[in-house]
Design a protein around this ligand. Structure first.
Ligand SMILES: *[C@@H]1O[C@H](CO)[C@@H](O)[C@H](O)[C@H]1NC(C)=O
Ligand SMILES: *[C@@H]1O[C@H](CO)[C@@H](O)[C@H](O)[C@H]1NC(C)=O
Ligand SMILES: *[C@@H]1O[C@H](CO)[C@@H](O)[C@H](O)[C@H]1NC(C)=O
Ligand SMILES: *[C@@H]1O[C@H](CO)[C@@H](O)[C@H](O)[C@H]1NC(C)=O
Length: 427
């Protein structure tokens, strides 16, 4: 215990030297948790160079012995997130708002309106991205201009997500997690809250809700063979089902779960580069699978020995379902506000454009003014007379967490607790 204490002291001293961490008290409970985490890292060394030192040293740690981690394991800088925000016809306005609510200069963003949307709507989004002073200043928002044809439940959705991940890797790849969102999602914490809390986590964790118990999906999903017309038709005609059925795979085990996730940089490298054939063969297999976005990454991560131990069984989203559940979750409105906050989730879905609950989230959780980016430690301007505080840019590595960081910390603590973390991995 003494050893732990002295480690904490050291940890605190290190932190005090880092101006980007403000309220130390917030992390009174998360730091011991990080301490007790096992080695999560894969043997790969394709991490960005800034992170590779921490990843290689972490591989010598075991869950059972609570050795203090070497200080080099502490994040050298706050993490960076890479977001895909995508939408379809009519989602353009909502997508802009979600983008502003998720913005941080150190993150990267790819926005995509699929080929169902009108060219004018796409042009409007393109102009918005091109003309926004802050986006231009940091040039970290990109739009996929050659819109993809996307079938909601088909493999074209997965290929669209992989496309965005590839764009984000090519744009420098200086990020730690890839987060897949839709225009109808909305954050419940500021980016500073998220970056602050995530700076204490091993960067190879993959937040992905999954199970290997397929239940009714074995007959309804795994056995039917479908063809996604979005793969080869100029106009989307949806999914065709063949009369033949196939058997459940024996070469790998199927997993299924939520289509929303936050995936680590090493895992995205694994999926995109394809030096191991698993991500490629599983992708080809899922080309004929209904609702492939609910299974592709889940099956890859759980069948790859070097990644299954990095899974955290959660999609980090708040959703509200009918009883019995319908195909889609309910649209969230003001009456859901208290439950949303109590869930401690960093994100929620789904919302109608300009629903009053979004204004409530903006003012009470994000402190965001209308049409402004979500404020953070990097915003130095005044708020007087409705001025955008982020019109004056300060140090972008300066993180100023709010109460949302505390909520998120509680969620992460619970997800990584000994009764939830290991026992729920790829089962
Ligand atoms: C963005 O800038 C271009 C060129 O300066 C202009 O034509 C366009 O109208 C602007 N769009 C918006 C939405 O302000
Ligand atoms: C990614 O996000 C979209 C939201 O636009 C979702 O519908 C899709 O299924 C997600 N997942 C994958 C694996 O593509
Ligand atoms: C994953 O965890 C299991 C059980 O704790 C362990 O036996 C295995 O060696 C771990 N795999 C890797 C790649 O760390
Ligand atoms: C805010 O408005 C008041 C009154 O109109 C003015 O005196 C003040 O200078 C303004 N402040 C800023 C920062 O613009």
């Amino acid at each position: 215990m003494n050893r732990l204490k002295s480690y904490h002291l050291r940890l605190q001293q290190t932190m005090e030297n880092r101006k980007w961490i403000l309220p130390l008290a917030i992390f009174s409970t998360l730091s011991p948790l990080v301490l007790s985490l096992t080695t999560l890292t894969s043997p790969f060394s394709l991490l960005p160079s800034s992170l590779s030192s921490s990843s290689s040293s972490s591989s010598s740690f075991l869950e059972s012995n609570l050795h203090p981690l070497p200080t080099s394991l502490l994040p050298a800088a706050p993490p960076r997130l890479a977001y895909l925000i995508s939408g379809s016809a009519g989602d353009g306005q909502m997508l802009k708002r979600t983008l502003l609510a998720l913005y941080h200069p150190n993150n990267r963003y790819v926005v995509h309106l699929d080929a169902e949307s009108r060219p004018e709507e796409r042009l409007d989004l393109e102009n918005f991205v091109k003309n926004h002073t802050v986006f231009v200043k940091f040039s970290n928002v990109a739009m996929i201009k050659k819109a993809n044809l996307v079938t909601y439940r088909g493999p074209t959705m997965v290929s669209n997500t992989l496309h965005a991940a590839a764009v984000l890797l090519r744009a420098g790849g200086e990020w730690d997690w890839f987060v897949n969102l839709s225009a109808k999602d909305y954050p419940l914490v500021t980016q500073d809250d998220l970056l602050h809390t995530f700076s204490y986590l091993p960067r190879d964790l993959n937040f992905i809700h999954h199970t290997g118990h397929l239940g009714w999906k074995e007959n309804m999903r795994a056995k039917p063979i479908i063809v996604d017309s979005g793969l080869y038709m100029a106009k989307n005609a949806g999914i065709l089902t063949t009369s033949q059925q196939r058997s459940v795979p024996t070469a790998f085990k199927l997993f299924t779960g939520s289509a929303w996730m936050a995936l680590s940089r090493p895992f995205i490298d694994f999926c995109i580069w394809g030096w191991d054939n698993l991500p490629r063969t599983v992708l080809m297999y899922y080309a004929n699978f209904i609702s492939s976005p609910e299974g592709y990454f889940h099956t890859v991560v759980c069948n790859a020995e070097e990644f299954r131990n990095t899974t955290v069984n959660s999609d980090l989203h708040f959703e509200s379902w009918d009883n019995p559940p319908k195909q889609h979750p309910q649209y969230l409105i003001v009456k859901h506000m208290a439950k949303m906050v109590a869930s401690n989730a960093p994100c929620a879905r789904k919302f109608h454009m300009d629903d009053p609950v979004l204004d409530k989230i903006d003012s009470e959780l994000l402190f965001r003014g209308q049409d402004m980016v979500v404020p953070g430690g990097w915003c130095m301007g005044s708020r007087e007379n409705g001025t955008d505080p982020c019109s004056v840019v300060g140090d972008t590595s300066f993180i100023r967490p709010t109460a949302g960081a505390k909520r998120l910390e509680m969620l992460i603590n619970s997800l990584l607790s000994s009764d939830k973390f290991r026992p729920r991995q790829c089962k």
